[in-house]
Design a protein around this ligand. Structure first.
Ligand code: FMN
Length: 312
C-alpha cells in the first residue's frame, strides 16, 4: 500500500498487539499506566537507534507505524531492549492476555492473519499488481477507477447515443463549488471540426510529439465555465473525471485533454468556440476525448505508491 523505499518487514504477526492493547485500555483504565511508560521507553530507544517505523511498507493501512516494527528492529539493534524484553516482555503479554476473553484474543488473531495474508509484494509495488491480486474482491467502482487509462488510439466507430448520454450525465452529476452547476458541456462529433481543432492544436505546439493531439477520437467533449468563475478548473476536472470513469465502465476509451482549450482560447479558437456553441462569456477549461479503444490490451500505466503518509 505504501512506500517504495521501504524496509522489509520480516515480521510474522500471530495477533494484533494494538487491538489487544486497546481492548485492555477499554476494560481497565490502569493498564494505560503500565503500557504507556513502556511504550515511551521503546520509542526513546528507537529514536536513539535511528529507527523509523514509518519506513516499513504495509499492505493494510492500519498497520502503518505499528510498534511491532519498532520491536523487531530494537531486538536487532539494542542490547538494552533485549535485556528488558527478556525481563518483562513475557510477563507483560501474560498480564495483557489474562484480561481478555477468548473472543477478544481470537478477533486479534483473525485480524493479524488477514493483514499477513494481504502482505505487499515488495518487488513490484505497482498498482497494477494490486489490482490483479484483488480483482475478484474489488467492487465495480474501484475496479473501474483502476482500469481507466488515458487512451491514445481509437477505432473509427462512433460512441453510441445512449452511452454518450450516460457519460455526459456522469459529468453533470459531479459536485461543483457552492453547487453553482454552471459548467457547460459541448459535444463535438463533426469530423471536419475535429480535424480543424486537431490541426490548430498541433500548430500551437512548439515541439509536437504526436501529429494527432486529439488522437483521432470520434468524440470530443469540451467543458467550459463562465470566464471569471473562481472554481472553473476544479469543477471542470471533476466533471471530466466522472465522464472518463463512466466511459471506462461502458467499455469505452477516453483521455483527459487540456491542449484543445489552449487553442480554443486563442483569437482563431474563439471563432470555433462560437461555431460549436460554447456559451458567450464562457472559457473552455478541460476536455475529454471518447471512443472505442483500438488497443484494449494496453495496460494502465503503473503508479508510484510512495506518495502517502498517515498521521494517527
Ligand atoms: C489536467 C490534465 C491535463 C491533461 N492534458 C493532456 C493533453 O493535453 N494531452 C494529452 O495527450 N494528455 C493529457 N492528459 C492526460 C495525461 O497525460 C495522462 O492522464 C497521464 O499521462 C497519465 O496516464 P493515464 O491517464 O493513462 O493514467 C492530461 C491529464 C490531466 C489530468
Amino acid at each position: 500500500m505504501l512506500n517504495s523505499n521501504q524496509q522489509t518487514p520480516r515480521i510474522i504477526c500471530k495477533n494484533c498487539a494494538l487491538q489487544l492493547a486497546l481492548k485492555c485500555y477499554e476494560l481497565h483504565w490502569w493498564f494505560r499506566l503500565v503500557r504507556e511508560p513502556l511504550l515511551l521507553g521503546m520509542r526513546l530507544l528507537a529514536r536513539w537507534h535511528g529507527i523509523d517505523v514509518r519506513k516499513h511498507v504495509v499492505r493494510n493501512p492500519e498497520c502503518y507505524g505499528c510498534i511491532r516494527f519498532m520491536k523487531a528492529e530494537l531486538e536487532e539493534k539494542s542490547l538494552t531492549f533485549r535485556l528488558l524484553n527478556d525481563l518483562i516482555g513475557k510477563e507483560f503479554s501474560e498480564l495483557r492476555d489474562s484480561m481478555l476473553s477468548k473472543q477478544d484474543l481470537d478477533e486479534a488473531k483473525r485480524y493479524a492473519q488477514e493483514a499477513m495474508e494481504t502482505e505487499l509484494d515488495l518487488e513490484t509495488p505497482k498498482i497494477n499488481k494490486l489490482i490483479n491480486k484483488e480483482k475478484n474482491e474489488m467492487n465495480q467502482t474501484i475496479e473501474t477507477i483502476h482500469k481507466r487509462k488515458g487512451t491514445k488510439s481509437y477505432t473509427t466507430e462512433q460512441v453510441k447515443g445512449q452511452d454518450l448520454e450516460s457519460i455526459i450525465f456522469a459529468g453533470i452529476a459531479g459536485p461543483t463549488a457552492r453547487n453553482t452547476q454552471n459548467r457547460h458541456f459541448t459535444v463535438v462529433q463533426n469530423e471536419e471540426i475535429l480535424r480543424q481543432i486537431n490541426d490548430s492544436v498541433l500548430s500551437l505546439q512548439t515541439s509536437p510529439v504526436n501529429r494527432f493531439p486529439l488522437y483521432n477520437a470520434p468524440t470530443l467533449i469540451v467543458v467550459s465555465t463562465p470566464a471569471d468563475y473562481q472554481f472553473a478548473e476544479q469543477d471542470s476536472a471533476i466533471a471530466v473525471e466522472n465522464m472518463t470513469l463512466a466511459a471506462t465502465s461502458l467499455g469505452l476509451g477516453s483521455r483527459y485533454l487540456v491542449s484543445p482549450t489552449r487553442f480554443l482560447e486563442t483569437d482563431s479558437g474563439k471563432k470555433i468556440k462560437q461555431e460549436i456553441g460554447i456559451p458567450e462569456g464562457y472559457r473552455s477549461i478541460a476536455c475529454l476525448i471518447v471512443g472505442y479503444d483500438a488497443d484494449p490490451d494496453q495496460e494502465p500505466v503503473s503508479r508510484n505508491l510512495n506518495v502517502v503518509n498517515y498521521v494517527k
